[in-house]
Ligand binder design. Sequence first.
Ligand code: UTP
Length: 300
Amino acid sequence: MRKAVIPVAGLGTRFLPATKATPKEMMPVVDKPAIQYVVEEAAAAGMDDLLFVTGRNKRALEDHFDENHELEAVLARKGSTALLAAARDPASLASIHYVRQGTPRGLGHAVACARIHVGDQPFAVLLGDDLIDPRDYILTRMAQVHERTGGSVIALMAVPPSEISLYGCAAVVPTAEADVVAVTDLVEKPPAGSAPSQYAIIGRYVLTPQVFDVLDQTSPGSGGEIQLTDALRVLAHRPVGSPGAGVTGVVFTGRRYDTGDKQSYLRSVVRIAVDRADLGPPLREYLRELVAGDFDTSHG
Ligand code: UTP
């Protein structure tokens, strides 16, 4: 598996006005746009061919993952080696391609837009606003599980009952491996009190190409959008042995942020920054004093 699809065509309405002219995936998390963390996870799992499914605002993304000769020349002249590497890194992570999703008709529709590029091979999907801490990457583990099962693999995370209605949710049964579950059913944004489990689907998938035929037949579901969860439900219900049958879940227990949500985005910036050797110590001190109420209005 070498190809990954990264949908970034959503409108990002939860983060307006910041996302009016800038894709939410370009919001900085410390000193890198959120999307770069996602691309780095894909590259670390061996994906060297990435397809962005973009919308109106693709320009900033394209520029970020392209070379910038003018900037590089200035940094080279100044001898700024570390900054030069930082400027070059994004373009060197993988071969990056783009396809346009004319109207954002849902995540399932965004994935369907990747069909011609992906072809007839299994592929990964990483949501561009779903940031997994580099110390807790999950895609490599999901690819291992796919190698064994041959079916689709989704990432699941236990969430409190009050939050499950915000996500797709999986009904599961345990397997012999502690972090792996068999998925028996799926439902997108279950109404409060009716969720089949505490397991929410988070933004990492390994899919078999049969999902494309199913997506073609999938009608708009929750929110009037074509839902990837609804297509995966069909594959989960297929009889064992038929093409594309079976969905397996890998349970994630690490650090993960939804950078399209203001609260989660702020946490991602603080948590990643306090753990950085170059920024963390004074920032921790600042936060401690801030929380203790030690500052008056003369402090930034
Ligand atoms: P979200 O539902 O989180 O994105 O989709 P959104 O619609 O941009 O968010 P809000 O609610 O308006 O703030 C999850 C992922 O799927 C992509 C988004 O870009 C995001 O990475 N997506 C969603 C598409 O690419 N196309 C779509 O039609 C919908």
